[in-house]
Write a new protein. Structure first.
Length: 96
C-alpha cells in the first residue's frame, strides 16, 4: 500500500496535520506502507505554479489534488485523513 502525503507534520500547536493523522492511524493499525510525498502544498504560495504537475499522479488516482490518499494493494483508493483513519481502525493488519 502507498500513502501519498504533502510531508506535513503539524497544522499548528496541538493540532495534528491531516497527512500525519493518516500515517499515525496506519501505524497504530500495524501497517507497513510506502510513503510518497508530493509537492504543491496549497498554503505554500511558492508551490502553486507546480501544483498541477506535482499532483498529477494523485489526481489520476483519486480525482482530486488533495492528500492524504491511501492506495491499497488491490488498487482501491481511500481519500482523506478521516476516511483513512476509519479504514485502518476497521481493517487492522494481520499480526504474525
Amino acid at each position: 500500500m502507498i500513502l501519498y502525503t504533502c510531508g506535513g507534520k503539524t497544522n499548528g500547536p496541538g493540532f495534528a496535520h491531516p497527512c500525519a493523522k493518516a500515517g499515525k492511524a496506519l501505524d497504530a493499525a500495524g501497517y507497513e506502507y510506502e510513503l510518497k510525498t508530493v509537492g504543491g502544498y496549497r498554503m505554500a504560495v511558492w508551490t502553486w505554479g507546480s501544483r498541477k504537475e506535482d499532483r498529477a499522479e494523485v489526481r489520476k488516482l483519486s480525482g482530486t489534488d488533495e492528500v492524504p490518499i491511501l492506495v491499497l494493494d488491490d488498487g482501491e483508493v481511500v481519500s482523506g485523513s478521516g476516511a483513512i483513519a476509519k479504514w485502518a481502525k476497521e481493517h487492522p493488519a494481520a499480526r504474525s
